[in-house]
Write a new protein. Structure first.
Length: 312
């Protein structure tokens, strides 16, 4: 996403983008969504200081959210991850402030993932423990949701096919929770920065239009490497690593593809958003794969730069 707001752009137009990020947070997160915003926000404040009463109140609220909850294994894992992402995001913000906001969040997530991988490798059995607590949280949540539906239906049992489909989705979520956590962590860091920049009351780089969304082209090799691990017969562990890399990078390339479409069409209208939503409900694989292919192609074609050069 673009790192600056052009003089002609109304800052109020940024709120739909923030709402979209919040929706991603609450729709896809296994980690507590509020935690992925609160901890990076506190890290930003710790690096720059509190400025004004509103920021102080927001910091107190973020601290309350950060320490709330039952202190089990998941509690510590969630906060350790959010703290690493926040520290990486602060380092990128201070060290390379001109880099796009989304790229800062992406580097923070990738760096945190690398550090976490080393830590888990140095402590054998740690990954199995993390998998266990994540699986327990997801399956417990699914059971609660299904029981709630049964109560709403007056005790009538749900369709076995529906129950099987729900548990299949839960298994996929457990298998791909690293990729999902990476995606929502990027969204959380961006939201934390927007809140911080608003409370700081100073002109700061913020969320730009979707049509400018892009990232380093060399990250294509993460996607290619994930594909090779996924299709190669290299074992369950490497296959799972490959599927998570493909999901994580595929989501980013799909968003990049949508950005290219928005650039070429002059931005999506309300009707365009509605039609896109309908397409995702009816034929989600076709829409997602199409957007991903456009995003991948933009790595080599750089459509937006070519169009700008032609227009000039």
């Amino acid at each position: 996403m673009s790192d600056t707001l052009s003089p002609a752009e109304n800052p109020g137009r940024e709120w739909p983008r923030i709402a979209a990020l919040v929706l991603v947070l609450f729709a896809s997160s296994i980690v507590q969504p509020s935690l992925l915003v609160a901890v990076p926000f506190l890290v930003l404040i710790g690096g720059t200081g509190v400025r004004g009463a509103p920021m102080l109140l927001a910091a107190l609220l973020a601290m309350t959210l950060s320490i709330a909850g039952v202190r089990d294994g998941v509690w510590y894992v969630e906060r350790a991850w959010a703290l690493m992402v926040g520290a990486g995001f602060l380092a990128m913000t201070v060290g390379m402030p001109k880099i796009r906001l989304a790229e800062r969040a992406l580097v923070a997530v990738l760096g945190s993932a690398a550090v976490a991988a080393v830590m888990l490798w140095l402590r054998p059995g740690s990954w199995a423990a993390v998998e266990y607590v994540v699986a327990d949280r997801v399956t417990t949540g699914v059971s609660i949701v299904l029981d709630s539906f049964i109560v709403l239906r007056g005790g009538e049992a749900l369709s076995p096919a529906l129950v099987a489909a729900v548990y299949q989705m839960a298994d996929s979520q457990i298998r791909h929770f690293p990729a999902l956590t990476g995606i929502v962590s990027m969204a959380g860091a961006c939201v934390a920065w927007v809140v911080y920049s608003r409370l700081a009351r100073r002109p700061r780089p913020a969320l730009g239009p979707l049509r400018d969304f892009r990232f380093n082209d060399h990250l294509i090799w993460l996607f290619v490497g994930g594909l090779l691990l996924l299709v190669g017969r290299s074992g369950e562990a490497f296959g799972r690593l490959g599927s998570n890399l493909v999901l994580f990078m595929g989501a980013l390339y799909a968003l990049r593809g949508v950005g290219v479409i928005a650039f070429l069409t002059g931005g999506l209208s309300l009707f365009g958003y509605i039609m896109t939503g309908i397409g995702l409900l009816i034929i989600p694989p076709v829409v997602v794969v199409g957007a991903t292919m456009i995003g991948l192609g933009d790595t080599w074609l750089d459509v937006r730069t070519r169009v700008r050069d032609l227009a000039a």
